[in-house]
Design a protein around this ligand. Structure first.
Ligand SMILES: [Zn+2]
Length: 500
């Protein structure tokens, strides 16, 4: 099968999950690999060794894999790059009329375990790569059935290779080294951890939050987020260059922003957790079967979403991730528990100034993304409104003019005295960084107004406001190779230069 079927919430159909039909991934990581003879030879050798390890004679496997690579190279010619994909909504019936060679309805029913009543020819699907489907079907018609059957078998073996016994893994490791130049030899512990994290991420997250995070911290961060949103609205009211109509639209969007802090509820509440995972079967000492049953389970969960309303509580990531996001199509800020630890967030008796400077900046940064050059084109529900924007024409003009200052400022910077930064390309992040530190600072001032000054250790000889900036700077401290040295990047210092 050369395409995948997924349930996704689409912007245009955002209330319900729909089936998405797309081209399949290739054997090789990128199309470009098909143009190198050297790489194709490596791949051919790799595939031949693996199939012979799986029991096919050496000669047979070499011939079969050569035919297979030729077939895939032909298929690669029809590959549709991401930028050329179109979102075409079509009923299954119409898709079947256009491409009758494939039993669309029967296949979808089978894959999604749906009966005649629930999935019919009238249901809508979204097709991303139309031309590919037609071309692929033409190619299938012209290709020897023996090659097609080998292809299906190879595709099932291919993904399983890193999960098999030592001799398979050694060949796979060697291949990766040759193809991608990956040199790292992970320890067994690291390998096991990353597999578990990949396939059972939310469950590891459930353990993580029980050990490293708790409802108290979640409450604290939610209060901070409230304060950041309030600071944002205050500042918008005080900005002279935006008219009333625009201020109103911007405030409404800030009020409507959904924020998800720490972890989804079901990972902390035993009954919800049990309900969600009771169909997943994991057994001790059965690694390969466990991977298969996890695969089955995640498909089962995915396909069961079809036709349902989009779950507003759904998380796009696992709690243990050290990062934060703004989801533009949902007007949603996600702050996993992973980032809610030092040096970003201090849960206990450490002065709050440090947390406001660090995680406060992150929260403000993510909120500001909702109003940066891209974010402002989406409304409070995350719908793309570009032309029907609630911002007034003069406000958009003023916004663009001010944004230009940042573009020019950052274009003047060089990293390592050599590489020019593109002010244009980094604009969204630079707006978010500048907005973020302003919002966090104002939210911290309101915090002090409400709760009084914080105590600072007498020997420290620093004010709380100074500690705010220590927190801000400390969260970015990293040790990296010279080429990636972020201390030479103006990202941290520039927002402070620009803050009045
Ligand atoms: Zn960002």
């Amino acid at each position: 099968m050369s395409f995948k079927i997924l349930s996704r919430n689409m912007e245009a159909l955002k209330k319900r999950y729909v089936i998405l039909i797309d081209q399949a991934t290739m054997n090789l990581p990128q199309i470009i690999y098909f143009t190198s003879k050297k790489i194709l030879k490596e791949v051919w050798e790799y595939m031949s060794i693996i199939t012979s390890l799986a029991g096919v004679s050496d000669e047979d496997s070499k011939d079969a894999m050569k035919e297979l690579l030729c077939f895939e190279a032909n298929l690669a010619l029809y590959w549709v790059p991401k930028v050329s994909k179109k979102y075409v909504r079509i009923t299954i019936g119409k898709l079947a009329d256009a491409l009758p060679e494939f039993p669309w309805l029967e296949h979808l029913r089978k894959v999604m375990s749906k009966d005649e009543k629930s999935l019919t020819n009238d249901n809508l699907v979204v097709v991303l790569a139309n031309d590919y489907l037609q071309n692929m079907l033409d190619l299938l018609r012209k290709t020897d059935k023996k090659i097609l059957s080998t292809y299906v078998v190879w595709r099932s073996i291919k993904d399983a290779v890193p999960l098999l016994s030592e001799k398979f893994r050694a060949v796979h490791q060697d291949f990766k080294r040759k193809l991608l130049g990956s040199k790292t030899n992970k320890t067994r512990e690291d390998t096991c951890f990353s597999y578990t994290n990949n396939i059972l991420g939310p469950m590891l997250g459930a353990l993580f939050i029980r050990n490293a995070f708790g409802p108290d911290s979640k409450d604290k961060v939610e209060v901070m987020m409230d304060g950041i949103i309030r600071a944002f609205k205050d500042r918008v009211s005080g900005v002279g260059w935006i008219d009333k109509q625009t201020v109103q639209a911007v405030k409404e969007k800030a009020d409507a922003a959904v924020y998800k802090v720490g972890y989804p509820e079901y990972l902390f509440k035993e009954d919800l957790f049990a309900k969600r995972y009771h169909e997943l079967e994991i057994k001790e000492n059965q690694w390969f079967n466990n991977v298969l049953s996890t695969d089955w389970f995640s498909n089962y969960q995915l396909y069961h979403k079809w036709g349902n309303e989009v779950d507003r509580h759904q998380w796009i990531t696992v709690p243990q991730l050290v990062n934060a996001f703004y989801v533009i199509t949902k007007n949603e800020i996600v702050v996993p528990a992973g980032i809610l630890q030092p040096p970003f967030f201090y849960a206990n008796d450490i002065p709050r100034s440090l947390s406001y400077g660090a995680i406060g900046h992150v929260l403000g940064h993510e909120l500001t993304h909702g109003f940066d050059t891209t974010g402002r084109k989406f409304d409070k529900n995350g719908e793309l409104i570009e032309k029907r924007t609630h911002w007034s024409e003069p406000a958009i003009k003023m916004f663009q003019e001010r944004a230009k200052c940042l573009v020019e400022q950052f274009s003047r910077y060089k990293v390592l005295n050599k590489f020019h930064i593109s002010g244009e390309k980094t604009l969204g992040e630079n707006i978010a960084d500048l907005g973020g530190v302003n919002l966090a600072y104002h939210a911290y001032n309101s915090f002090i107004e409400k709760h009084g000054q914080e105590q600072v250790l007498p020997e420290l000889n620093m004010t709380s406001k100074e500690l705010f900036f220590i927190g801000y700077a400390q969260k970015e401290c990293t040790r990296t190779t010279p080429l990636r040295n972020s201390c030479q990047s103006p990202r941290m210092s520039t927002p402070l230069l620009n803050t009045g």
